[in-house]
Design a protein around this ligand. Structure first.
Ligand code: PLP
Length: 469
């Protein structure tokens, strides 16, 4: 057949849409997705005929099958659940903390009805949307005052802009960090309108370095927690307590960005102690900022706690409006904080803490179960072993600290590890794993026990019946 004949034989979009398979699909997939995918598939085929790439007649069934796959993809929600098999608990690309059941109930209620967001139900008057969250933070942390904004980068921006716009903030060269996703501290300081004065060296900064930098233009000393890297060897930095003394001798405000911040002592969970805002306030730090979606285990938000007169100044800054929290995040943050009022139930209630506290024996039992089933079902395609390894906390928390974990390792004579992990990402729900030493690693610490079954079924189905390439 010549090109003209092949082109003429292509069916119209309407004819493909009338095919029984498409009619059946239209019960699950919206019309726009069907039409668009049929159009795209026919276009691609027309191009292939014109370029000579395609020289045989195209059956309608071929178009239908390709269009159905595409329509299913097009109509799927973009942001959707994945199974986190990386073992990284606070994986920023996978959404950091997962929220407690009770927290999601609160979000559902507040999002799907009107709420008393900014109305005082006793007086009927307008009030602050932050009142409940602020009261809870004061109660849990024991601080004079507290407030919250969109995220911790926003908290640092708002704090510096409020206290030091047009003035100087003194910061150690050893703390000018990049968190990732383009959060570089010097740039945030710049955007706040504050002039950054760097002191010390990369590895060593002492109190005299800070003292020498103080001038009439100084407003703030900023201390930043090195939350995603460690420095060892010939190093020196100044403790918050000593810096607070220096700041107050000169009428300056000491601000500390704790990054993750922990409201509990993580040393109790066989991992290292992460600095707690309550400790820093006790040391004399005036304002502490931290994220709500790292170790705290809540939604994305940035918290500022400390001296009341300083926090009060934040509230009237127009930036506070630009960075303000929406009602669903507020509902989630309030309910997460309320969980902290009952510490004895916290491990059960808060998923982040529950995953940290899970014993490696439990994980190993699950890893062996997953491995045994997979060997049984797809043992010819894949080589499956189990091992004990270490998982990272991630998300800018506790660098250099890892938890013992149990993993399932997958390799194959038929596929490269990148291909195996790509197949896993194409499962439904997608499974995100990591690759190490040419093996795909499924780390059970971040897989919910209730997900073991679907994980197994998806992997087995994806590799059953041979060649996937
Ligand atoms: C994570 C982190 C930030 C940024 O916090 P977000 O909530 O992601 O905006 C800032 N500073 C430090 C030290 C951090 O660890």
């Amino acid at each position: 057949m010549g090109k003209q004949d092949l082109l003429r034989a292509l069916p119209s979009v309407e004819r493909v849409l009338e095919h029984p398979e498409m009619v059946r699909l239209s019960e699950q997939v919206p019309r726009w997705a069907l039409t668009e995918s049929v159009r795209q598939v026919i276009d691609a085929m027309r191009k292939a005929i014109v370029s000579g790439e395609r020289q045989t007649e195209i059956e309608i069934a071929e178009i239908v099958s390709q269009a159905a796959d595409l329509a299913n993809k097009l109509s799927q929600r973009g942001i959707r659940r994945v199974i986190n098999a990386t073992g990284i608990l606070l994986h920023t690309n996978l959404g950091r903390s997962i929220l407690a059941k009770r927290v999601m109930d609160a979000v559902l209620e507040v999002g799907s009805s009107y709420s008393c967001l900014e109305i005082d139900l006793e007086t009927g008057r307008r009030t602050s949307r932050l009142r409940h969250v602020e009261a809870l933070l004061r109660r849990i942390i024991g601080c004079e005052a507290a407030t919250a904004v969109n995220n911790n980068a926003g908290a640092v921006l708002l704090t510096l802009n409020t206290l030091a716009e047009g003035k100087e903030a003194i910061v150690s060269r050893g703390e000018l960090i990049e968190i990732g996703g383009s959060f570089r501290l010097p740039e945030v300081i710049g955007k706040s309108g504050t002039i950054m004065v760097e002191v010390g060296t990369t590895n060593r900064t002492n109190v005299e370095d800070y003292r020498r930098a103080i001038s009439k233009k100084s407003a703030v000393i900023l201390k930043v927690h090195r939350s995603n890297f460690e420095m060892t060897g010939f190093v020196e930095s100044v403790a918050s307590k000593e810096l607070a003394k220096l700041a107050h001798e000169h009428g300056l405000v000491l601000v500390e960005d704790l990054g993750s911040g922990a409201l509990l002592d993580y040393a109790e969970f066989a991992i290292e102690h992460e600095p707690m805002p309550q400790e820093r306030l006790r040391d004399g730090v005036d304002l502490v900022t931290f994220s709500a979606d790292k170790l705290l285990g809540g939604p994305q938000a940035g918290v500022i706690v400390g001296k009341k007169d300083l926090v009060d100044r934040m509230r009237t800054n127009p930036l506070a409006r630009a960075l303000r929290l929406d009602k669903m995040t507020l509902a989630a943050l309030e309910e997460t904080l309320r969980l902290y009022l009952e510490p004895q139930k916290l491990i059960e209630a808060l998923p982040t803490l529950r995953m940290i506290a899970t014993q490696v024996d439990d994980l190993e039992r699950r890893a062996k179960m997953v491995a045994a089933t997979l060997k049984n079902e797809v043992g010819e395609m894949l080589e499956i072993t189990t091992a004990r390894e270490r998982s990272q906390i991630g998300g800018g928390s506790l660098p250099g600290v890892s938890l013992e974990t149990a993993v399932v390792k997958i390799s194959s004579r038929h596929y490269r590890p990148e291909d195996i992990s790509s197949v896993l990402r194409n499962c439904n729900p997608p499974i995100v794993a990591r690759i190490a030493d040419d093996k795909v690693i499924i780390d059970l610490r971040t897989v919910q026990p209730s997900e073991d079954d679907v994980l197994l079924k998806q992997i087995a189905a994806a590799f059953a019946g041979g060649d996937k390439s």
